[in-house]
Structure formats: C-alpha cells, structure tokens
Design a protein around this ligand. Structure first.
Ligand code: ADP
Ligand code: ZN
Ligand code: MG
Length: 487
C-alpha cells in the first residue's frame, strides 16, 4: 500500500487552491450595531437587520471595510476603488435573510500573493485571486439539548459577523505547502490586527480545492472541494487523503467528478456530500440596499500609513538591517508583540545580534512557552542588561546570574547588582591579589604548566573564578595567569 501510494505520487502532481474565511475583529457586525462578542447567551446579539426582518436596512460598518483593506494590502493585493455587494441566494435555517450578502464580480481586492518557504529552500509565491467582504450566517446546533435527537436549534448571534474570504490561485502543490500557506495567512492576519484567527471559535475556516494531473500536464484536472477542515493539521491530512484517493481512481481507469466532499476527522477520510454547485445556482444579483463600496486614494493611503508592518516584510528587514540569521528573524517575528519587544531591546542597547541572542535564548527559555506579553522582564530592563554586556562591564556569565534575578524580581540589573553585591571585579589590584593567592596555593599545577602541560590553566582559571564567586571576567583572568606564569 505504502509503495503503491509512492508510485502514484511520482506519476501525478497535485493542484490545490484554498478558500479561507477570516472573521474580522470588529466590535460590531458588518451591517448593524449588534455586538460580535463570542459566547453571549444564544440569540441575544441580534436586531431586525441581522434577523432579516422585512424592511430592515443594512448600513455598512466602516471599521470592517478598513480591516478588510488592511488585510488586502498585507496580502499584496490591488484594492479596487469601487467594489459591489451582491446577494448569494440559498436557503438554510441559520440564514434568516434567505441570502448571504457577499461580493461577486466586483470584489474588494485582487491579484495579491503570499510567500511560503519552498521545499528546496528559498521562498515560493502563492497567488491570491481575490479578497472579498461578506456577512456570516448563524449557527445550527445539533447537540447538547435534551431533545437534540429530534430538533436542531439555531443561534443567530453570529449572523451578520463580518468576514473576508481569501481565495488563492491553484498554485499550491503539496499538503505541506497548503499548511505553510495557512500558517502565513494566519500570521499576517494576526500581525495586522485583522483577526485573532482562533479556529476553535470559528474565526478562520478553510475549504480545500484539490485536483491531480499527470506530471508534465498543464491543463487542470477535475477538482473536489473539501469542506469541514477544523484545523491546519486536518487540512493537511484531508488533502493528503484526497490526493491519494484521486490517484487511485485515475490509475485504475476511473473518472473523477467535480464534487463537494466532507472531511471526517474520526476516520481521516473524505466522503462525497453533493455534486458541485455552480455560481448560477445562487442567482447572484447586485445588492439593492447597499451603495457600492468606494475607497478613495486618500483613504487607501491613510489605511496603508496606519498599518503595522506585515510579518514577511519585518523578517526581511530584520535580516537586512540588523544582520540577523534567517532562523532568528523567523523566531523573532513569531508574533507582533515579540517583534516589538525585540526592537525595544535593540533600541535600548544598540546591539541587534546581542539582543537577538538574549531574547531567543535566555528570555524565551525563561518564558517556557508563555507569550512575550507575560514576560517578567520588561524590554527596557533586558536592554539595560545588554548594554552592560556590550560595554564589557559584565561578563556573559555574570549577566546570566543577574538575568535569573531579573526574572525572579522584575528589578533592573543595576538595582540587583547593587543589592546582591554582584559586580564584575574590574579593580586590577584586587584581581591581582586573588590570582597571586591561587598561584601560591597551586604549586603542583604551576610546575605542570611550566613543564609544558599548559592545559592545566583551565584548572587555575576555575580556582580564581571560585575565589571571586564568579565575579571576575574569565578572559581577563586567563590573560593575567598566562602573563604571570610565563614571566
Ligand atoms: P468554483 O467556480 O468552483 O468556485 P473557482 O474557479 O472559483 O471555482 O476556484 C475556487 C478555488 O478552487 C480557488 O482557490 C481556485 O484556485 C481553486 N481551483 C480552481 N480550479 C482548480 C483545480 N482544477 N484544482 C485545484 N484547485 C482549483
Ligand atoms: Zn443586528
Ligand atoms: Mg468560486
């Protein structure tokens, strides 16, 4: 079976395009003033507009448009000066209006891209076809009630929550690339403050379009759209399964049909749900109750100016202007807060490499997986510590000791050094005296050194460090010992 699958992946190439829905982090819904808060009692965040009552008119939430534009810019899209809402008509119990307000042939933004790490090193661009605005439906609740066996309940709190749909080009070739693409999208949305992308709260939802074709073929094959992917991990597994399934069908002489399939996380399989619906099934038509969305050049520039730097750009800048290694730049742009923290340390000490080492090393070790927002050491304090190291006032070893106290107390390095008598012995005379004492007490080792066994100096350095309780600079101690021993 494993060998057979391998054979098939050598023969066929997968083609994948993802449709991702992201819930925008606005306080209120897209067409009414109801709250978007998660976890409110069922059917309390509702009004005539989001309940779809006759005569209620939608009013577009400006904050939702701004966030959607920010997201589009972060995905390097062209934002259209005019876009239009359209009704997508279908019946479902959690859709009281009987239609979704979406965008169809005139979307908010188009022609963008996202970069993901390429399999052979470097980066690969995945095209973004479009980003459009739409409203969310409510939620059907199939279990959890005493009579759930007989009834389905509907909670309309989510109805009217603003979403963007991000449609990718069919540029993705492997399940791993799909995973990387989703990770990059999520990271970008979080960085830009567009969405928290908490999948457990349904803030990011993904459908995968999958087809295969013989390697070398340029025409697209017949695709299946896989729904119900509740995590990035499931998305990867579902795509893997789907590629193998399609390859088996084709290689055994079968034919694929365009269809919608559902992923079952318990079995790890996809099962056919319905044959593919087509755009004309939805009878799209322009939304008569909303004016076109107009984004002036001034507004667009304003949004661009107020927008945080997207993660990929930030990473490139960390490498180019701070001289960081790719890996450190990657780690330090893991969240916007972490990158801000790092830059504050750099600003305080003026040494980016040193700051990177301390943040990715000792600080992240102390955080032990907790987010940087919970750091017991404020960025300014770590900056002070790095400044002392950079100026050569404390050794790396002493710095580690001071840092441990900073984690415990949150105090500044200066205060800790004062209070605990932790300081570098830079007084030449004092160090000289201690070195002489150690040499006098180690006649055997001194003899060994003079007869050519110079490695014994390590022992002598150790003795001096012990006598100073680690408060001497080991480099300076070694030099002083060498000078005395060879005179
Ligand atoms: P539909 O009309 O079925 O909605 P679209 O052309 O709008 O199809 O594309 C929807 C998504 O499917 C996009 O992400 C697109 O990249 C992807 N896609 C389109 N054709 C294929 C294909 N043959 N194989 C894989 N993905 C595809
Ligand atoms: Zn409402
Ligand atoms: Mg489509």
């Amino acid at each position: 079976m494993a060998a057979e699958t391998e054979d098939l992946t050598a023969k066929y190439e997968a083609v994948i395009g993802l449709e991702v829905h992201v819930q925008l982090a606005t306080r209120t819904k897209i067409f009414c003033a109801c709250a978007t808060s998660f976890g409110a009692p069922a059917n309390t965040n509702v009004c005539p507009v989001c309940l779809g009552l006759p005569g209620a008119l939608p009013v577009l939430n400006r904050a939702a448009v701004e966030m959607a534009v920010r997201a589009s810019l972060g995905l390097h899209c062209r934002v259209n000066p005019v876009s239009r809402f359209a009704r997508k008509n279908y019946f479902y119990p959690d859709l009281p209006k009987g239609f979704q307000i979406s965008q169809y042939d005139e979307p908010l933004a188009e022609h963008g891209w996202v970069e993901v790490p390429a399999a052979g090193g470097g980066a690969k661009r995945i095209g973004i076809t479009r980003v459009h605005l739409e409203d969310d439906a409510g939620k059907s609740i199939h279990d959890g009630f005493r009579d759930s066996a007989d009834y389905t309940y509907v909670d309309l709190n989510r109805a009217g929550t603003p979403l963007i749909e991000i449609v990718s080009e069919p540029d993705i070739r492997t399940p791993d690339e799909a995973y990387a693409y989703l990770t990059a999208l999520k990271e970008t949305m979080q960085f830009l403050g567009v969405s928290e992308c908490d999948m457990e709260k349904g803030q990011l939802r993904c459908d995968a379009n999958v087809s295969i074709r013989p390697r070398g073929e340029t025409k697209l094959g017949t695709k299946a759209e896989v729904k119900n992917l509740n995590s990035f991990r499931f998305a990867r597994l579902a795509i893997e399964y789907e590629i193998a399934r399609q390859a088996r069908v084709l290689s055994s002489g079968g034919r694929l049909v365009q269809e919608t399939r559902l992923y079952n996380a318990d079995t790890g399989e996809t099962v056919s749900m319905r044959s593919k619906e087509h755009a004309h099934d939805y009878r799209y038509f322009p939304e008569p109750d909303l004016a076109p969305v107009r984004i002036s050049a001034e507004w667009l520039e304003q949004i661009r100016a107020d927008m945080p730097e997207p993660p990929a750009e930030k990473r490139a800048r960390f490498i180019a202007s701070y001289g960081l290694r790719e890996y450190d730049a990657q780690v330090l742009t893991g969240s916007r807060e972490l990158s801000d923290y790092f830059e504050a340390v750099v600003k305080a000490c003026g040494d980016p490499r040193l700051a990177a080492n301390w943040v990715t090393g000792d600080l992240m070790g102390a955080l032990d997986g907790k987010p940087i927002e919970e750091s017991p050491v404020p960025a300014g304090r770590l900056g002070e510590l790095c400044t002392l190291i950079a100026k050569g006032e404390i050794s790396g070893k002493l710095a580690k000791e001071i840092f441990a106290r900073m984690v415990e107390t949150g105090d500044s390095p200066g205060v800790i050094m004062e209070r605990e008598g932790l300081r570098q012995i830079s007084d030449k005379g004092e160090l000289d005296r201690i070195v002489n004492e150690v040499l006098a007490a180690s006649t055997k080792q001194v003899e060994q050194y003079r007869s050519g066994k110079t490695a014994v100096i390590g022992y002598l350095v150790g003795q001096v460090m012990k006598a100073t309780q680690g408060q001497a600079d080991p480099g300076a101690v070694r030099e002083l010992l060498q000078a005395k021993l060879s005179s």
